[in-house]
Design a protein around this ligand. Sequence first.
Ligand code: ADP
Length: 399
Amino acid sequence: MNVLVINAGSSSLKYQLINVETHEVRARGICEKVGYEDSFHKHGFGENEVVNHVHMANHTEAIHQVLVCLTSGPNKAVDSLDAIDAVGHRIVQGGSYFDHSVRINDDVIEKISELTELAPLHNGAALMGIEACMSQMPGKPEVAVFDSAFFQTLPPTAYIYPIPYEYYEKYQIRRYGAHGTSHRYVAIQAAKFLGKPLEELQLITCHLGNGCSMSAIDHGVAVDTSMGLTPLDGLMMGTRCGAIDPAIVTFIEDHEDLSPQAMNDLMNKKSGLLGISGISNDMRSIDEAAQAGNERAHLACDMYAYSAKKYIGQYLAVMGGADAIILTAGVGENSASIREKIFSGLDTLGIELDLELNQARGGEREISTPHSQVRILVIPTNEEYMIAHDTYDVLKANI
Ligand code: ADP
């Protein structure tokens, strides 16, 4: 089965065409700056990547561009749209409605639309992607895969915020979590790597990229996660501050005369690694600057690692231990120096990083010492594959 995986952002649209049985990625690409004059479309891999500077006024035009490139021209992946069996959409916010992936119908669209208030940019874009696919591939089965679904198993002690309870009842303000597709994928892969059923393992999964989140997965069930009502909560990230003293919000709004929207932008787009280093939100640039002696870049790296270290402590306490800690995403998979900072001094907790293995590169691998009671694994994430696989499962089971 060939599944077209769509990940629609407010001004971008990423896609992959994946053969679920063979795991082969038959095509991939991204439409960027959708809705702007200078929009462009990258399609293909490595040397075969082509960039088309084509105006795409909206997601409908972006999907049209994608479908044309998938089915015609020198880099086509299939002969016609008939060879695309289904479409899987990444949806950030499924609220309390969805605890698993579902086939898209009018009711599902209505609920995703209703939840737009909780994730305005993300759910709004996903809806545009769904509508564009429906209009250009009428009748093609489409499946919604929710980032929040994996965390619907959290107990109320973990998902209710300690504010007046009426706001949970009135507005459904609670922890929903995000990156669930990534956490679920790496947990499944980690269980295979360790040769044990997921239901017998206690795992701490760390998705450390530009966006960062961690979760505690107790015998296959997510029991806590760091992202909250929105993806702003939890760890320090590339441009997001993560959890801070909430009183800072009103303090800065008052002293800088900022509107709530401007404050929201400050916390989402100007904080984190970028806000501290003043250089970039990209770990590679910050790491280089830190090595060249830039003190704020150094502080940003230390804070990013410290934030992850603290969550390891929390989740060890939440589960009463762990069998393994899994690292994934851009920084988790690639930055030996951040991993070293995160795990330094944890030997007394039975967590021992092997400094040599930590330097090695590659795919799924173990980087703890043979004596470490808690094993440390690097598992490259693959959210697109998980979405394609879910799409296949949902259609097979006719859920
Ligand atoms: P997201 O999907 O959240 O946008 P990614 O998972 O792609 O983010 O991670 C992006 C981050 O990973 C960036 O900060 C980037 O600098 C970092 N990164 C990627 N490769 C490396 C590397 N080799 N060393 C250090 N950091 C890296």
